[in-house]
Design a protein around this ligand. Structure first.
Ligand SMILES: *[C@@H]1O[C@H](CO)[C@@H](O)[C@H](O)[C@H]1NC(C)=O
Ligand SMILES: *[C@@H]1O[C@H](CO)[C@@H](O)[C@H](O)[C@H]1NC(C)=O
Ligand SMILES: *[C@@H]1O[C@H](CO)[C@@H](O)[C@H](O)[C@H]1NC(C)=O
Ligand SMILES: *[C@@H]1O[C@H](CO)[C@@H](O)[C@H](O)[C@H]1NC(C)=O
Ligand SMILES: CC(=O)N[C@H]1CO[C@H](CO)[C@@H](O)[C@@H]1O
Length: 698
C-alpha cells in the first residue's frame, strides 16, 4: 500500500514552528480513498448561517458523538456578497464560513463544502444575490457569459479563501469533497436550458477543476456529470438503487432527507428514525460508502434569510439535533448505533467482494468478504407489511417488515433498524428558569410609517403592475407588504413597532419566546432578528393520522400539530442575550395582535421512555442539569399508549419500580442491567421479556 501521508515542518517568525500534515484524497469506484485507505463516511448537513458561532462547537461535538465523520454545508452567496464586489465581503457572525470550517477541523471531523453557488436549501433566491439580475444580458445557471463571469468570480473567491486558510485536506485542512452547481440535472432545469445546459455543465466542471484538482468535486443529481466530477444521489430513498455514471466514481448519497421543512399553515413533518435507518442501511448494503444527512441540524431562518414566503422561521427539519441544538431522541441515538455498527465492517464494505442472495418476498442477504477481511453481512426485509424469520448459516434471525439487520461478523446481529433501544425524549418548554419579568412583560407600542424603513420608496407610489419582491425589497428585507386595488394607488400601510424589556432566563438550556396571541410580523432581541412570526395561522387540521414507518416515505406521511399554531415558539440563541441587564424584545406587528401572553421559556427533556430486554442495560437521562423526579411507569410486555401517555397494559411490576427508583431518582442519568430477577411476578410472560419504563425529568 502506498504511504501517502506526509508532514511539513513550517518555521514561523524564526522560533515558532508548527507541523502541517497533508491528507491525500482520491477515489475509485468503491469509495473515497483517504491517505491511501478506502473509507466509509457518515456526514451531516449543518448550515452555518442557521445557527450562531457560539452554538457551532456544541453542534459539531454532538455530531461527532453521534458518529459522524464529516460536516457538510452549502455556501450562501447572497449572505457573503449582498452588494456586488464590496471591498469587504460579509464573513462575520453566523456568516463566518472560515470559523465554521475551523471548528469542524478542531473537532477532528472532515468537511464537505458545496459551493454551488446555487443552493436549493429553502433559502432566499437559492442563494443568488439579487444584484445579479441588474446585470445586462444576465441569464442565471446556463451558458451565459455574464453569469459565468459572476459565478467564477465568487467560486474563486471562496476557493482562494479556503486555500489561504489551508483548509483543503491536501493542505492539512478538513475539506475532503467540494461541490460545483447543485441539482442541475433535476430534469426540468436542463430541459429548460436546452443544449446550453450540457455546455454549461461542462464549463462548470472545467472551471472547478482548474481551481482545485487534488480534492474531488461532486455534482449532485447530475447523471451526465463530466469526468472527473462524481455524480451523486439526493432523496428520501432510491439511493440504494442509484449507480454513478462512471465505474471510477463511488456511490455517494449527498442528501438523505432526515425529515422535511415546514410551511406556514402546514402541520409538522416527521420522518421516523426506523425509516431513516432502514434507508441508510439499505444504501450501505447496496455498495454505498458515503452518505450525508440533510439535515443533521436544521436550525433557524433568522431575519432576512427566511427562505421564501411560505417557509416558517424554524428550519428544524426533524433532524437528529433539534432547531435549538438539543439531541433529538431516539433519532440521534438510534443513528449513532447504526453508524457504529456499519463502521465495524468498514474493511469488508470497502475492500470485500459482494455476494447478494435474493430470497424472494423482499428478503435479501448480502455478504461482503475477502482474503484477510472479517466478513460482514446485511439481512434485509424490504417487504412493507410482512415480518420474516430467515435462516442463515444455521441461525434464525427475526426481521421485522421494512428493516435491515447488521451482522458485522456475519454471525451476531448487533443492530436492526426497526429495533430501537435508545430512549425517547419528549421535549417540553418550561418557565421555571425564565426569570420573574416574563410573567409580566410591560409593553410600549408606537405606530411607524413605512417610509422610515422602505428603502428607496416613499410611503406611497403608483405602478400599473403587480410588484415583485426581488426588485422591491432588493433582498434587504424578507418583508414586503402592500395592498393595492385596481385603479388605485399602491398603499404601504401603517405598521406597529413596539417593544418590552426582559431578563435573560437562567441556566444554559435553549431559550424560546412564545408569541401566541400575535398576528403576523417580525421579532428582534437586542437588535438580532428572530425571524418572521405568524402564530395566528393554524396548520391544516387534517393529515395527522397514525404513522406507520413501513413503506415508502413522503414528506406528509407522518405529521403532528394539525390545527395548531403553525409556529408558536421562536428560538432566542443565548448569544443574543445579556445577563444581568435588561434585554429588549421588539415586535413589528402588522395585524394588531395581542402581546399579553408573550413570555420566555427554556426547552428541555420533560419525559423520557425506554425499553430493554433481559440481559440488556436500560439507560435514561435528562438534560441541562435536571434530574429524574419520578418513575411513572414500568411494565413488562406491550403497554397501551405511547411515551408520555402510557396508560396500562403489559404486566406492571412494582419490583421494577422500586429498583428504578433506587437507581434513578435525583440523578441526571442512570443505567441498570435488566436481570431475570426483576419482575419475577411477570415470569409467565413469553421470553424474551422486555421492560418498558417512563420517567419524568424536572
Ligand atoms: C472579481 O472581479 C473583480 C472585478 O469586479 C476583480 O477585481 C477580482 O479580481 C475578481 N475576483 C476573482 C477571484 O476573480
Ligand atoms: C454491489 O456490487 C456487486 C459487485 O460489483 C454487484 O454484483 C451488485 O449488483 C451490487 N449491488 C447493488 C445493489 O448495486
Ligand atoms: C410481502 O410478503 C407477502 C407475503 O409473503 C407477499 O404476498 C407480498 O408480495 C410481499 N411484498 C413484496 C413487496 O415483496
Ligand atoms: C391573522 O392575521 C391576519 C393578518 O395578517 C388577519 O387577516 C387574520 O384575520 C388573522 N387570523 C386570525 C385567525 O386571527
Ligand atoms: C431526487 C429524489 O430521489 N427524489 C425522491 C425523494 O423521495 C421521494 C419520496 O420517496 C421520491 O418521490 C422522490 O423521487
Amino acid at each position: 500500500m502506498e504511504i501517502s501521508k506526509y508532514c511539513l515542518l513550517l518555521l514561523v517568525a524564526s522560533s515558532l514552528y508548527y507541523i502541517v500534515c497533508s491528507t491525500t484524497v482520491s477515489h475509485d469506484g468503491r469509495a473515497l480513498v483517504i491517505d491511501g485507505q478506502r473509507r466509509v463516511i457518515f456526514s451531516g448537513s449543518i448550515h452555518y448561517p442557521r445557527s450562531t458561532p457560539e452554538m457551532w462547537p456544541d453542534l459539531i461535538r454532538k455530531s461527532k458523538e453521534g458518529g459522524l465523520d464529516a460536516i457538510e454545508t452549502y455556501v450562501f452567496w447572497n449572505g457573503h456578497e449582498p452588494r456586488r464586489r464590496e471591498v469587504v465581503y460579509n464573513f462575520e457572525g453566523n456568516y463566518d464560513l472560515i470559523r465554521f470550517l475551523k471548528e469542524v477541523q478542531n473537532a477532528g471531523l472532515y468537511a464537505i463544502l458545496r459551493i454551488g453557488p446555487y443552493v436549493c436549501a429553502e433559502w432566499n433566491y437559492g442563494g443568488l444575490p439579487v444584484w445579479l439580475y441588474k446585470i445586462p444580458g444576465m441569464q442565471t445557471r446556463t451558458d451565459n457569459q455574464p453569469w459565468k463571469d459572476e459565478m467564477q468570480n465568487f467560486t474563486t473567491l471562496i476557493v482562494d479563501k479556503v486555500k489561504e486558510e489551508r483548509l483543503l485536506a491536501t493542505q492539512g485542512g478538513p475539506i475532503i469533497l467540494l461541490q460545483i452547481e447543485n441539482e442541475y440535472g433535476n430534469g426540468d432545469i436542463e430541459i429548460h436550458y436546452g443544449e446550453a445546459g450540457p455546455r454549461y455543465i461542462n464549463w462548470c466542471a472545467n472551471m472547478a477543476e482548474s481551481l482545485v484538482s487534488d480534492v474531488p468535486w461532486i455534482m449532485c443529481q447530475q447523471s451526465d456529470a463530466p469526468q472527473p466530477m462524481i455524480n451523486t444521489c439526493n432523496g428520501f430513498s432510491g439511493c440504494d438503487a442509484f449507480t454513478p455514471n462512471n465505474g471510477n466514481s463511488p456511490k455517494i448519497w449527498t442528501e438523505n432527507w432526515t425529515g422535511w421543512f415546514k410551511n406556514w399553515g402546514s402541520p409538522d413533518p416527521h420522518r421516523p428514525v426506523e425509516e431513516v435507518a432502514f434507508q441508510v442501511a439499505r444504501f450501505f448494503q447496496s455498495n454505498g460508502t458515503i452518505q450525508n444527512y440533510y439535515m443533521y441540524h436544521g436550525g433557524t431562518n433568522f431575519g432576512r434569510t427566511s427562505g421564501g414566503p411560505y417557509i416558517v422561521t424554524s428550519y428544524d427539519y426533524d433532524a437528529p439535533l433539534d432547531e435549538y441544538g438539543n439531541i433529538r431522541q431516539p433519532k440521534w441515538g438510534h443513528l449513532k448505533e447504526l453508524h457504529a455498527s456499519v463502521k465495524l465492517m468498514e474493511k469488508a464494505l470497502t475492500y470485500g467482494e459482494v455476494v447478494e442472495d435474493h430470497l424472494g418476498n423482499g428478503l435479501t442477504i448480502t455478504k461482503f468478504s475477502g482474503d484477510g477481511i472479517v466478513p460482514g453481512c446485511f439481512l434485509s426485509n424490504q417487504n412493507s407489511t410482512v415480518d420474516a424469520t430467515i435462516s442463515f448459516q444455521g441461525t434464525k434471525y427475526f426481521l421485522p417488515a421494512w428493516s435491515v439487520s447488521i451482522l458485522p461478523d456475519c454471525k451476531k446481529e448487533v443492530y436492526n433498524t426497526a429495533k430501537v433501544k435508545t430512549q425517547t425524549s419528549i421535549m417540553v418548554k418550561k418557565k421555571d428558569n425564565a426569570g420573574d419579568q416574563s410573567k409580566d412583560l410591560r409593553w410600549s407600542w408606537k405606530p411607524e410609517r413605512l417610509h422610515d424603513s422602505a428603502k428607496g420608496f416613499g410611503n406611497s407610489f403608483t405602478v400599473n403592475k403587480l410588484l415583485e419582491q426581488k426588485t422591491t425589497t432588493v433582498d434587504a428585507s424578507d418583508y414586503l407588504w402592500y395592498t393595492t386595488n385596481k385603479g388605485e394607488e399602491l398603499m404601504l400601510p401603517l405598521h406597529l413597532l413596539l417593544k418590552t424589556t426582559f431578563e435573560a432566563p437562567l441556566g444554559s438550556e435553549p431559550v424560546v419566546v412564545d408569541l401566541l396571541g400575535l398576528g403576523k410580523g417580525e421579532a428582534w432581541v437586542n437588535g438580532n432578528s428572530l425571524g418572521r412570526f405568524w402564530p395566528n395561522i393554524t396548520a391544516n387540521p387534517d393529515g395527522c393520522k397514525q404513522c406507520d414507518y413501513r413503506g415508502n416515505f413522503q414528506a406528509n406521511k407522518c405529521q403532528t400539530a394539525c390545527g395548531e399554531a403553525s409556529q408558536r415558539w421562536y428560538h432566542v440563541p443565548r448569544s443574543f442575550l445579556k445577563r444581568g441587564e435588561p434585554n429588549t424584545l421588539t415586535l413589528f406587528e402588522e395585524a394588531g395582535g395581542d402581546p399579553n401572553q408573550v413570555n420566555f421559556q427554556t426547552v428541555t427533556v420533560g419525559t423520557a421512555c425506554t425499553s430493554a430486554g433481559e440481559g440488556d442495560v436500560l439507560s435514561l437521562s435528562c438534560q441541562g442539569g435536571r434530574t429524574i423526579s419520578s418513575v411513572d411507569f414500568a411494565t413488562f410486555g406491550e403497554p397501551d399508549g405511547t411515551c408520555g401517555a402510557y396508560v396500562s397494559g403489559g404486566c406492571g411490576s412494582d419490583e421494577a419500580v422500586v429498583i428504578l427508583k433506587n437507581a434513578c431518582l435525583g440523578r441526571d442519568s442512570c443505567s441498570i442491567k435488566i436481570s431475570d430477577k426483576i419482575g419475577t411476578s411477570c415470569a409467565k410472560l413469553a421470553s424474551p421479556r422486555k421492560l418498558v419504563v417512563q420517567v419524568t425529568c424536572s
